[in-house]
Ligand binder design. Structure first.
Ligand code: AMP
Ligand code: MG
Length: 406
C-alpha cells in the first residue's frame, strides 16, 4: 500500500496550475501571484514627517523661532521653510524644502501662537521619513509565487495596482453517494442520515481557495453513479464521498473505471482514510485533466483525506509550489498506543506552553465520529511503524486552524 507521502507525490505529479486571470485585489486574497510586480513610484513619494511637531533647520536650534506656516497632511510638498523660522507639521505631511529635522510637539514650548521655543538642540534628519525609504521607485514589490495576504495586498494597493494575475480558482464538484443520505434541509426518515460530508467538503474547498459546487447525492447503483460522474466531467476537480470501500454496494471504483478515469491508486496506508481513490480524466473541449478523488464516506476519514491530499492539490492548482500541508511540532500530553502499518492522524486540541504547543487527543476518534472533529485544532501525525508513543514525545501535526482562523 502507498504511504501518504507516496500517494501525495503521485497526485502532485499530475497537477499543472490553473491558467492565470486578472483579479481585483480583494478577490486575490489567499491566492498566489503569477507575475512579479514592480514598483510604479517611490513610497513615501516625498520626505514627510513621522511626528506631529515642528519642521526646523537643525543648525538653528536651540532657540525661539517664529512659526511661518502649517504643513498638514495633504498639502503640496513644494512649500519652503523660510530661513530663521519653523513650521508646524503634522504626521504624514510633506517636509518643507529647507527643513532638515522635525521636533516632536511634546518637546516644544507652545505657549505662544506665533513663536515656538526649542530648549534642546535638534538632530539632523530626526523624525523625517525619506522619499523612497519604504519602496524605491524601480524596486520589485513582490516576486512571482507570493502568497497574497493582507500585507501583500497593502503594498499593491499603495502602488495603485488594482488588478493582479493569479490562477483561476478551481471549480470543485462534490458528489455524495449513499442510499441512506438526504441533503441538508430534508427531514431524514428512520432509515436515513443527513449528508454532512457535503457541507464539510464544501467548507474545506472554500477555505482552500476553490469554488465548491454541491452536485447532490446519488443512490448506491452503478448506473446512477456512472450517470452522475458523466454529467460532472467539466469541473477541474471532482470529489466523491463514500462508496469507495469493499461493501456490496460500493460502486464508485467500478463507476470510475467504466467511464475511463485513469486510476492513480485505490488505497493509502493511513488511518483514518484507507480507502481513497485518485485518478484523472480529460475534460471535454479542454487540454486540462480533471482530478478525481474518491473520498471515504466516514466523516472523519473524509475530513482527514481532504487535508492530506485534496488541500495540497487545490493549492498546487492555485499556483503554490507543490508541497504537503504544512506541519508544526507538538508535544504529546499523554501516552498513545496504536497498531503498526499505517500512519495515524489523530484529532487533537492544542494548548500553548513555554516549550511549544501541547497536543491533547480528543475522545472518540472513530472514523465515523463527528464529535472529535468539533474543536480539533490539529491532526497529530503518528508514524506507521511505531506502536507506542510516550507522553512528552515531540511529533509533527497538521494544523487545522490558526488561533484566529476557523
Ligand atoms: P461508505 O464509505 O459509503 O461505505 O460510508 C461509510 C460510512 O460513512 C457510512 O456509515 C455512511 O453512512 C457514512 N457516510 C457516507 N457518506 C456520508 C455523507 N455524505 N455524510 C455523512 N456520512 C456519510
Ligand atoms: Mg455508502
Amino acid at each position: 500500500m502507498l504511504t501518504p507521502d507516496e500517494a501525495l507525490g503521485r497526485i502532485l505529479a499530475q497537477i499543472t496550475p490553473m491558467e492565470a486571470e486578472q483579479a481585483p485585489l480583494l478577490a486575490a486574497l489567499g491566492r498566489v501571484l503569477q507575475q512579479a510586480q514592480q514598483a510604479r513610484f517611490a513610497l513615501p513619494p516625498w520626505d514627510n514627517s513621522a511626528m506631529d511637531g515642528y519642521a526646523v533647520r537643525a543648525a538653528e536650534l536651540p532657540g525661539t523661532l517664529p512659526i511661518s506656516g502649517v504643513m498638514a497632511a495633504g498639502v503640496s510638498p513644494d512649500a519652503e521653510l523660510a530661513v530663521g523660522t519653523c513650521m508646524k507639521i503634522m504626521t504624514g505631511a510633506p517636509v518643507p524644502r529647507g527643513a532638515d529635522s522635525v521636533v516632536m510637539r511634546e518637546n516644544v514650548d507652545e505657549s505662544s501662537s506665533s513663536v515656538a521655543t526649542f530648549a534642546e538642540a535638534a538632530q539632523f534628519g530626526r523624525h523625517i521619513r525619506r522619499a523612497g525609504e519604504d519602496v524605491s521607485a524601480d524596486s520589485e514589490l513582490l516576486p512571482a509565487g507570493s502568497l497574497l495576504g493582507p500585507g501583500e495586498l497593502a503594498i499593491l494597493a499603495a502602488q495603485g495596482i488594482a488588478q493582479i494575475p493569479v490562477c483561476k480558482k478551481p471549480r470543485v464538484a462534490i458528489l455524495s453517494t449513499g442510499d441512506e443520505l438526504v441533503p441538508l434541509g430534508a427531514e431524514p426518515t428512520s432509515a436515513q442520515i443527513i449528508s454532512s460530508n457535503s457541507t464539510t467538503l464544501a467548507a474545506q474547498v472554500q477555505q482552500a481557495g476553490g469554488i465548491a459546487i454541491d452536485a447532490g447525492i446519488v443512490p448506491d447503483t452503478l448506473e446512477a453513479t456512472v450517470r452522475a460522474l458523466r454529467s460532472l466531467s467539466d469541473y477541474d476537480v471532482l470529489l466523491t464521498s463514500g462508496g469507495v470501500s469493499v461493501g456490496d454496494f460500493d460502486y464508485v471504483k467500478e463507476a470510475y473505471e467504466s467511464i475511463g478515469v485513469s486510476m492513480g491508486f485505490w488505497k493509502v496506508a493511513v488511518k483514518p482514510g484507507k480507502p481513497l481513490a485518485f485518478g484523472t480524466r480529460s475534460i471535454p473541449g479542454s487540454d486540462r485533466k480533471q482530478l478525481v478523488f474518491g473520498l471515504p464516506g466516514n466523516p472523519a476519514s473524509s475530513l482527514v483525506s481532504f487535508e492530506l491530499f485534496v488541500r495540497p492539490a487545490l493549492r498546487a492548482l492555485l499556483g503554490s509550489a507543490p508541497a504537503q500541508s504544512p506541519r508544526i511540532t507538538v508535544t504529546l500530553a499523554e501516552d498513545i498506543e496504536k497498531g503498526p502499518g499505517r500512519t495515524n492522524f489523530l484529532r487533537a486540541k492544542l494548548t500553548p506552553s513555554e516549550s511549544g504547543p501541547v497536543a491533547t487527543m480528543l475522545h472518540k476518534q472513530g472514523s465515523g465520529m463527528l464529535r472529535s472533529m468539533v474543536s480539533a485544532d490539529c491532526l497529530v501525525e503518528l508514524d506507521a511503524d511505531t506502536t507506542h508513543f510516550a507522553a512528552g514525545t515531540k511529533v509533527l501535526a497538521l494544523p487545522l486552524r490558526s488561533a484566529w482562523q476557523s
